[in-house]
Write a protein that binds this ligand. Structure first.
Ligand code: ACM
Ligand code: ZN
Length: 745
């Protein structure tokens, strides 16, 4: 028996030694600062010895459990050793979180100046193991690695939907594997309070239990809270014991848990059970505490005392976002407070309230974090801003000498769609594919060096209004979290999406081993057409979620096959060209993408806006937008879709009298955020720019109730008429309307 198994082992070793030297064996995410491939492998077996200093015992035990888990080999060859060395002298080179990991066929050494670094080294090693097909072999390697940012966070909203501790542990396990160091736990919001507070039992006896499971359905009904134990109650909460367990679990993995207790708004659930803390004193569904009552501060301080006892984190997040402030305007007492303090704007009440809590937290040697609205009316001393409404909050904070964490909606909101919305489970909106997350640089260009130091790092948020299950959480978070991990850890000039995408291919095995319900990359192709204005043509390339796909395409409108053009590099098209392209996998054609590259006659022509122009929130490329030849993508936030809040009236000057055959103009509809196709589009033509005749009007035929992401082309046949000026009037329907291009041929 023994002979045979040794023989098998030798055979296995030979195969592995060939394959394991390939690039993919070293595909760590985030990419380390330096990685040198060495010859050979370390063979993991049950006989390996683990040496660690006394104060790293708990972590080393955890390591042992994980590291030996995938290894099956019990042969005597597997007798190497792993050494953890914590050497404070290394602070100079490795900093607070850096590590040096060296794997040779004989042993493994992890050196760090601090425990945090040793933990990161340990998870690099575990990741390196878990991306190997055979987890008994670690390729020899020498890694020296330090992070770009000191704050690398992931957030999870457990109020909109509740997730059990077992899942939080899985979430934290994954954060640790990708070197995050912060878990932002959004514990309270309108739809449920989730942390046991001994002094205020109604928060978890009632305010944690709502009358409908799915948050969206609850909003359609009466928005009632029930009692724990009621047959119809949905929700849950974490006991203080459970919360401590989560904190300890995370700490062992190098992760700090920052609790968020929402204040002064997003607090409907509190006011439902303690209505005396609102301005009216009644259960009126208001979201905000009365900020002039001492009772409010007594409540918050009592809550925060218990919170601080559970969470050792230096930072405590107190929300601060989206306070409507309406109840303060109508409240006699709040108004009296404003008068006494000499406040002229209601925003100063918010600042007053946040400052009172800041003082309290500071007196307990903690630091306050809040969403960027805490800038309104003036920041409290020492507060840290979480910039979510774009990056301006982070910039303002840094300019004022305050620390900021960047989590802008356009890059870091993982509740937004990651692929074509029409192929995805319903989400809150937006469009943030993997490459978009990866493209984010958390340090705004406008900051100087000393201001930039205030950007502590980056975080992605997962708001769960549309995400009722843990499977769905995983689907929205993975693999985008891996892109964010690299944004937070790896130096900006070392990051290339293509290289990340390559390494990601090896990580899918790890995600599968952890039974993560990650989003699978689509086979759809996106055709990118970039105008080459000088030569009046388009540069065409393809983008895919697949890595290095095999693509065939045609330019004559026929369905592509493996005998057609094989794509390798961008190419050019002139005039009107129909491009059809598809990915082929194992000889099988996937979904065909069709794109009409139309270098139309109005590209580069001047557009005059007669009715006040575009909305300042969505200027896109300003006056160039509608004739720049660039079509918008799946999101109106891509700076190619121009937004309008009133009727449009624009004139295109073709420069000279031109024979006109066709005009088409595209609009988007997405009723969630209030984007509608217009009621009607009319076209007028003129030779002199003064006398126009109405050519035609086309009415909208798309239902304003249709809640899918929709696009409508209003297409006009211009019958070969000659004109120089083309006037387009668009009658707005509801909310916003967005257009990306007016094509004229
Ligand atoms: C937020 O997304 N309301 C911070
Ligand atoms: Zn009030």
């Amino acid at each position: 028996m023994k002979k045979i198994s040794l023989f098998l082992f030798a055979a296995l070793f030979t195969t592995i030694s060939v394959t394991a030297q390939s690039e993919s064996s070293y595909s760590l995410i985030p990419k380390p600062t330096s990685l040198e491939k060495l010859d050979g492998h370390f063979n993991i077996g049950t006989h390996i010895k683990i040496n660690a200093p006394e104060d790293f015992r708990k972590e080393a035990d955890l390591f042992k459990k994980k590291f030996l888990f995938g290894a099956e080999d019990e042969s005597e060859n597997s007798s190497g050793s792993v050494h953890f060395i914590i050497d404070h002298q290394k602070e100079q080179t490795l900093g607070a979180e850096g590590y040096h990991l060296k794997v040779t066929p004989q042993n493994i050494k992890i050196v760090a100046a601090h425990k945090e670094g040793a933990i990161h080294g340990m998870f690099s090693l575990i990741q390196l193991q878990q991306i190997q097909k055979n987890q008994s072999f670690i390729p020899a390697v020498n890694i020296i690695d330090t992070p770009r940012f000191s704050y690398r966070g992931m957030h999870l909203d457990v109020s909109r939907h509740f997730f059990p501790v077992s899942f939080l542990k899985k979430y934290i396990d994954m954060l640790a594997l990708y070197k995050f160091n912060t878990f932002h736990w959004h514990l309270t919001d309108a739809q449920g309070w989730r942390l046991e507070i001994k002094k205020y039992p109604k928060l978890t006896q009632i305010a944690a239990w709502r009358s409908n499971g799915h948050k969206l359905n609850w909003h359609l009904g009466e928005e009632q809270f029930l009692h724990e134990g009621d047959p119809n109650a949905y929700g849950g909460y974490y006991t203080q014991k459970e919360a401590r367990e989560v904190v300890a679990y995370a700490a062992k993995r190098g992760i700090t848990v920052i609790p968020e207790i929402e204040f002064p708004a997003h607090s409907e659930e509190v006011l439902d059970v303690y209505p005396e803390l609102g301005c009216s004193g009644e259960r009126d569904g208001t979201s905000e505490f009365c900020v002039c009552k001492d009772a409010t501060y007594t409540f918050m301080k009592n809550v925060l005392k218990e919170v601080m006892d559970i969470f050792p984190s230096r930072y405590i997040h107190i929300g601060g976002d989206e306070a409507p402030m309406d109840s303060w305007k109508d409240c006699k007492d709040c108004q009296a407070l404003m008068k006494r303090k000499g406040f002229t704007k209601v925003e100063q009440l918010q600042s007053y309230a946040i400052k009172r809590l800041n003082k309290f937290l500071v007196s307990h040697e903690r630091k306050l974090i809040g969403w960027d609205e805490i800038l309104k009316g003036g920041l409290p001393k020492g507060a840290t801003v979480m910039s979510w409404r774009g990056v301006s909050g982070g910039i303002a904070a840094a300019e004022q000498g305050h620390d900021a964490i960047m989590t802008p909606g356009g890059y870091c909101y993982f509740d937004h769609y990651q692929s074509d919305p029409n192929t995805q489970p319903k989400a809150i909106g937006g469009y943030i594919p993997l490459w978009k997350v990866y493209s984010y640089n958390p340090v705004p260009e406008s900051l100087n060096k000393s201001q930039a130091k205030h950007i502590l790092g980056v975080q992605a948020n997962l708001w769960t209004e549309y995400i009722p299950t843990t499977d769905h959480v995983e689907y929205m978070v993975f693999p985008r979290m891996l892109a964010l991990a690299e944004v937070g850890w790896t130096a900006q000039n070392e990051r290339k999406f293509k290289d990340f995408h390559r390494r990601l291919q090896s990580q899918y095995l790890l995600l599968q081993r952890h039974h993560i319900n990650y989003y699978r990359p689509s086979y759809r192709l996106h055709v990118k057409a970039v105008p080459d204005y000088k030569n009046k043509r388009f540069k065409i390339s393809f983008r895919s979620e697949q890595y290095n796909p095999t693509i065939y395409y045609t330019l004559d409108g026929t369905t592509p096959d493996t005998s057609d053009y094989k794509y390798s590099n961008p190419f050019y098209t002139e005039g009107q060209t129909t491009i059809k392209a598809a990915i082929f996998k194992d000889g099988e054609r996937k979904k065909v993408a069709t794109y009409n590259a139309d270098y139309h006659k109005a590209i580069g022509k001047k557009v005059r806006y007669l009715n006040g122009g575009w909305s300042s929130s969505y200027p896109a490329q300003k006056a160039k937008t509608l004739t720049n030849g660039i079509t918008g993508s799946l999101t109106y936030q891509d700076k190619q879709w121009q937004g309008f809040l009133h009727d449009m009236d624009v004139v295109i000057d073709m420069g000279a009298e031109t024979t006109l055959h066709q005009l088409s103009m595209r609009f988007m509809q997405l009723i969630g955020p209030g984007v509608y196709i217009p009621d009607a589009v009319s076209v007028y033509l003129s030779k002199d720019g003064e006398n126009y005749h109405q050519f035609k009007k086309i009415q909208n035929d798309v239902s304003p109730q249709d809640d899918r992401l929709l696009f409508k082309n209003f297409k006009f046949n211009l019958n070969g008429e000659r004109a120089r000026y083309i006037r387009v009037k668009v009658k707005k329907q509801n909310g916003f309307m967005f257009s990306d291009e007016i094509k004229v041929n």
